[in-house]
Design a protein around this ligand. Structure first.
Ligand SMILES: NC(=O)c1ccc[n+]([C@@H]2O[C@H](COP(=O)([O-])OP(=O)(O)OC[C@H]3O[C@@H](n4cnc5c(N)ncnc54)[C@H](OP(=O)(O)O)[C@@H]3O)[C@@H](O)[C@H]2O)c1
Length: 211
């Protein structure tokens, strides 16, 4: 029987790679994005939501339940980055980065838990958080550290779920155009991230996965 997955941030480079790989592997995959029309070539199951909007997230999960009934995999691949010193960081930028990388993970998890089957996998795309304590990255670095603490607590609360934080190094996506740093030549492809993560969960890995 086909397994069911939901991917948040599904129009992003890594999110699309998950949707694509899951669909190719025979999963029924629901992509949630602020512009789900971008996913028309990948899946018939698409929903609109900003992960910072509690009402839209609740509605999206309700619609997911109507379509898929239950979930075997939740992937959180939304994220945003800016490089701005604290002295110049405006509150709306701070909240945008915290919402995309951290609070949205709480909100989408909070609503999705009721749909997750026993033994389901919960995957957050984090980062190598200890390497992010850099000038300009206060919001992004704090959000990725917080995401790991959140996932650790969730893992202890929801013992019948398999919670995994994926910590890619550099990935070759447009994310790098938002920061004044050079993308390393060794950057992984988004497809590598999706494939290696899906292999890891198929092997029962949980906790953290450094890529
Ligand atoms: N690229 C890297 O080197 C790298 C390395 C380590 C970790 N990561 C993590 O990987 C994840 C995906 O990044 P990516 O490289 O694939 O970048 P990306 O292509 O920019 O994807 C990020 C996605 O997040 C979505 N998003 C941001 N804020 C949102 C919100 N409030 N509501 C709904 N969606 C929102 C964006 O939606 P829109 O399309 O609507 O803007 C975009 O589709 C991020 O968490 C990032 O931190 C990336």
């Amino acid at each position: 029987m086909a397994k069911n997955a939901i991917v948040w941030g599904a129009s992003g480079a890594i999110g699309r790679a998950f949707v694509n790989q899951l669909a190719a592997d025979g999963w029924k995959v629901l992509g949630v994005s602020r512009h789900p029309e971008d996913l028309a070539d990948l899946t018939d199951h698409r929903l609109t939501a900003d992960v910072a909007d509690p009402g839209r997230v609740r509605e999206a999960v309700h619609a997911a339940g109507m379509t898929l009934k239950s979930l075997d995999l939740y992937v959180y691949a939304a994220g945003d980055i800016t490089s701005v010193p604290v002295r110049e960081m405006e509150p709306h930028d701070w909240h945008r980065i915290l919402n995309a990388n951290f609070s949205g993970a709480y909100l989408t998890t909070h609503h999705s838990l009721k749909l997750l089957n026993e033994g389901a996998h919960v995957v957050y795309i984090g980062a190598v958080s200890e390497r992010l304590r850099l000038p300009g990255l206060s919001a992004y670095g704090a959000a990725k550290v917080a995401l790991e603490a959140f996932a650790d607590a969730l893992k202890k609360e929801e013992r019948k779920l398999n919670v995994l934080v994926v910590r890619p190094g550099a990935v070759d996506t447009d994310f790098w155009e938002k920061v004044p740093m050079s993308k390393p030549k060794s950057a992984l492809s988004p497809e590598d991230v999706a494939q290696r993560t899906l292999e890891a969960i198929a092997n029962g890995e949980k906790g953290t996965l450094d890529l």
